[in-house]
Design a protein around this ligand. Structure first.
Ligand SMILES: NC(=O)c1ccc[n+]([C@@H]2O[C@H](COP(=O)([O-])OP(=O)(O)OC[C@H]3O[C@@H](n4cnc5c(N)ncnc54)[C@H](O)[C@@H]3O)[C@@H](O)[C@H]2O)c1
Ligand SMILES: O=C(O)C[C@H](O)C(=O)O
Length: 329
């Protein structure tokens, strides 16, 4: 199993690479970034875990060398938010970064599982899908927008109300997209069920939807969530790897292209959007099936979902349009 981190020298990239370096399921780890990968790779190479580690810069065909033979490529490359910015404000710079990296994947590792962290995820994943389609190598079962941090936040924040000792033991589907009101936690479907006092529900939902802002404001201009994101990115990558290696029954929400995966058509019909995060059962080929939890949402959650669909549609078409009608240089 060869894993790659593209954007490996950044705030997320470094701790994510650290976690992947310690993963016993990975034999080879390649780090790619426009800066500092030789140093980050040298540092991590002293860790006595099995993964062989290499670092590449764009010079000397670095992207080709990093991506060739990759089984899984995680992309946290791109600029993060500062206070007062929306994720969509990152589009101008990050759209081109993701387009070019995914083009490199299409050319050098067309069969790799691709996990996109770079924001705005609601648009960068459709960008990736279009690039892969144009290159004739799009497999919707292998393209994932990483929304795990929203799930992690829901687990953590609900535990502060229920007092659960281990927040991770409560499974909460968080669906939709990855920004503000497109993020919809379905607390009515938590397993085991949770009891949230009605006067606390709105604030809890808002905290999950705008958890990213909490970190952006606390960092005062020094970036957005990096450590919790590295944890979340690793958690999702590890689940994909375990499923690919044959472990069964692994389910985690992810932002995928619904019409291309089993069970997705029904959800696309219900939501009116083709890219959407829902619980995904993972298998040896990536997405095994998308699980339709939309119909089970309660009335309060259905109202949240309506707002989500409206916001998400614009974000998705903006991404698709960026590739179909490229901006003039
Ligand atoms: N999906 C999520 O839940 C989630 C959570 C947190 C952050 N993010 C997003 O992740 C991205 C990265 O955040 P960060 O805090 O690590 O930022 P950062 O600025 O600390 O790191 C980004 C890294 O990307 C590198 N990079 C830039 N262009 C590149 C290219 N063309 N090829 C390879 N590498 C390139 C930079 O050199 C830098 O090392 C941001 O867009 C942020 O909004 C997403
Ligand atoms: O808030 C951000 O901009 C980063 C990330 O999407 C997050 O949810 O923390």
């Amino acid at each position: 199993m060869k894993a790659v981190v593209a954007g490996a020298s950044g705030g997320i990239g470094q701790p994510l690479s650290l976690l992947l370096k310690t993963c016993p399921l990975i034999e080879e780890l390649a780090l790619f970034d426009v800066v500092n990968t030789p140093g980050v790779a040298a540092d991590l190479s002293h860790i006595s875990s099995p993964a062989k580690i290499t670092g590449y810069l764009p010079a000397d065909d670095g992207m080709k060398k990093a991506f060739s033979g990759a089984d899984i490529i995680v992309i946290p490359a791109g600029i993060p938010r500062k206070p007062g910015m929306t994720r969509d404000d990152l589009f101008k710079i990050n759209a081109g970064i993701v387009r070019d990296l995914v083009q490199g994947i299409a050319e050098n590792a067309p069969k790799a599982y691709i996990l996109i962290i770079s924001n705005p995820v609601n648009s960068t994943v459709p960008i990736a899908a279009e690039v892969l389609k144009n290159a004739g190598v799009f497999d919707p079962k292998k393209l994932f927008g990483v929304t795990t941090l929203d799930v992690v936040r829901a687990e953590t924040f609900v535990a502060s109300i229920t007092g659960a000792k281990n927040p991770q033991e409560t499974v909460i589907p968080v669906i939709g997209g990855h920004s503000g009101e497109t993020i919809v936690p379905l607390f009515s479907q938590a397993k085991p069920s949770v009891s949230i006092p009605s006067d606390k529900l709105d604030a809890l939902v808002k905290r999950v939807q705008f958890g990213g802002d909490e970190v952006v404001e606390a960092k005062q201009g020094a970036g957005s969530a990096t450590l919790s994101m590295a944890y979340a990115g690793y958690r999702f990558a590890e689940k994909v790897i375990k499923a690919v290696k044959g472990e069964t029954g692994i389910v985690e929400p992810s932002f995928v292209y619904l019409p291309g995966v089993e069970g997705g058509d029904e959800i696309a019909k219900a939501t009116g959007v083709d890219f959407f995060s829902v619980p995904i059962e993972l298998g040896t080929e990536g997405v095994k099936r998308a699980i339709n939890v939309v119909g089970d949402a309660n009335d309060h959650e259905k109202k949240l979902l309506q707002v989500c669909y409206d916001g998400l549609k614009g974000n998705v078409s903006k991404g698709i349009d960026f590739i179909k009608n490229p901006p003039q240089k």
